[in-house]
Structures are given as C-alpha cells and as structure tokens.
Write a new protein. Structure first.
Length: 134
C-alpha cells in the first residue's frame, strides 16, 4: 500500500524507467537513483553508488550518466563530487550548464561549490526501499 502511494508521488520515475528488467543492470540502478533526486537538492557520485548497492563505484556513476539514453532526461546536474563541487573543469561549457541548471532550481552555487549541509539530498530508508524496483 505504501509503495502504491509513493509510486503515485513519483510518476516520472515509473514512466521513464519502465524498461527496467526484473534484474536491472548496475547502470539502470544508477539511473533510477538519480531520477529520485528532487529539484533543489544534490547528491554525490559516491552516495549514488552506495544507494544503488555499488559501494566504491563513484566513477562508474559518472560513466553511467554519460551513457544514459536521452529519453530518460535524468537530472544529471544534481550530481556533484563528494566535496560538493561541480566535477567539470571550471569555465567549460559543461560546468556552466550544470551551474545554470542548479541555480535555476534554487541551489546556491559559489565558485562551482555547493554547501552540502544545505542542499544534500538525504533520503530516508523508506523512500529508497519503496521507490526502487530492485
């Protein structure tokens, strides 16, 4: 019953990731977790890996996001490094794009850095358990 309520609250996740197999690949797990990050919040590559059951695979999160199908329209811009910094080279087009997306969502970005204490997404265990198909 709770899972049904949560699924109604997160229809965009179900619509975009309905192709998840009964046993999703590591990439699909990452895509699903990233889709859960709400507007105005951020998470780190390492935390995403942990939430997906892939501890120590922060670099793999970056790879998975680069390889995500465009139709998923994942909020990739909500993922930063463990220090709360945009991982792209400063002043690069990708850096500017990510910063603009975050600012548009109300995230305060100063010199490419975000205050984790203020903007980090900290899902509770119930959210993770009920929202994930794996």
């Amino acid at each position: 019953m709770q899972s049904t309520v949560l699924n109604k609250q997160l229809p965009h996740i179900n619509d975009k990731l309905q192709s998840l197999s009964p046993k999703p690949s590591p990439k699909e797990k990452i895509w699903h977790i990233v889709a859960l990050i709400p507007k105005g919040k951020i998470s780190s590559y390492g935390k995403i890996a942990d939430y997906a059951g892939l501890p120590g695979r922060a670099r793999f999160v970056s790879t998975a996001l680069k390889q995500a199908p465009s139709h998923l329209t994942l909020p990739w811009h909500r993922v930063v490094n463990s220090q709360g910094k945009i991982a792209f080279e400063k002043h690069s087009p990708a850096f500017r794009d990510q910063m603009q997306h975050l600012i548009a969502e109300g995230v305060l970005v100063k010199n490419g850095r975000i205050k984790l204490s203020q903007f980090e997404w900290k899902p509770d265990m119930a959210t993770l358990m009920l929202a994930m198909p794996f």
